[in-house]
Design a protein around this ligand. Structure first.
Ligand code: NAP
Length: 268
């Protein structure tokens, strides 16, 4: 349902642009792996997305999570993505929650365009191995939930009473008070710079080499988040933020969420 709505919305937006503007937009969407796999399923999912988007080619087509090896090896998916590229349906493909070795295996079959991974001051588990792997291979890192699912904007002062309450430990009742203290420091840095806390955190991701994709339901916030590209963080600012980032309490996902993360592929 969400995919359908979002793809139609993005499609309408792209359609509303002039020819020149349209060239500057990168359209990305994704499919969710099921319990079985075939090229026909992949192609059908892609065709449905193309139709909803109303475009001829998707620039980046992501696989939302990794298949387990006994369903399909990553090499097969990568080869099938290349078939979609050859057919002109996609320009490139991306992965999400893929371990470094999985990324390398896919990349060896057909170059991976982007890895979509949670990356913010509150989620840094990719920095040790995934970031260097992507940088070495020339793969863009698209940082999902770069505002820590609302936390880094400073507007969340207590645990939200929605799905995040139990699924996102850094927002849990147990951890939120300690984490709020870190946000207060970011808010004061933002005040000194005449920008918002969200902008500081988005600028931090960009400075680290990520491409943030903040989510919002509000137009003004989308513009303000976009303007984070103009926020300049000094070496001193980065050092302060590094220290804050190392003090975060709670993981980015509960056990169930993490069982679909790249860590799970490492543990096998
Ligand atoms: N690959 C994956 O597994 C995966 C997982 C999660 C998310 N994602 C992707 O990542 C993107 C964003 O992630 P996300 O939405 O989970 O988290 P996010 O971008 O970290 O945070 C979004 C939250 O922050 C609020 N917000 C955004 N800008 C704000 C601002 N300037 N001031 C105050 N509040 C602000 C939004 O509320 P309002 O709507 O009220 O502004 C929303 O609650 C989405 O495109 C999503 O598809 C991918």
């Amino acid at each position: 349902g969400t995919y359908r709505y979002n793809e139609e919305l993005v499609g309408a937006f792209v359609k509303s642009l002039g020819e020149e503007e349209r060239k500057s937009v990168i359209v990305a969407t994704k499919f969710m792996p099921k319990k079985t796999y075939s090229f026909e399923m992949l192609e059908k999912a892609c065709d449905v997305s193309l139709k909803r988007l109303g475009i001829e080619t998707i620039h980046i087509y992501y696989m939302h999570r990794m298949y387990s090896e006994d369903v399909v090896p990553i090499e097969t998916v990568a080869a099938d993505m290349k078939k979609l590229v050859d057919k002109g349906k996609i320009e490139g493909y991306g992965l999400s929650e893929a371990a470094p070795e999985t990324i390398r295996r896919a990349h060896a079959v057909h170059p991976v365009t982007a890895l979509q991974q949670e990356w913010s001051l509150f989620a840094r588990d990719l920095e040790d191995e995934i970031v260097p792997t992507c940088k070495e291979l020339g793969i863009s890192i698209v940082s999902y939930s770069p505002i820590a699912r609302g936390m880094l904007s400073g507007t969340l002062t207590e645990t939200p009473k929605d799905w995040r309450q139990h699924n996102v430990p850094y927002l849990s009742e147990e951890n939120i008070a300690a984490n709020r203290k870190l946000i207060e420091k970011i808010e004061s840095m933002a005040k000194n710079k005449g920008c918002t806390a969200a902008q500081i955190c988005l600028a931090w991701v960009m400075k680290k080499g990520g491409i943030p994709i903040p989510g919002t339901t509000k137009k003004e916030r989308a513009s303000s988040n976009f303007a984070a590209k103009n926020v300049d963080l000094t070496k001193g600012d980065m050092e302060v933020l590094e220290v804050l980032g190392s003090q975060v309490k709670g993981l980015r996902g509960n056990d169930s969420y993490m069982s679909y993360s790249f860590h799970n592929q490492l543990n096998k």
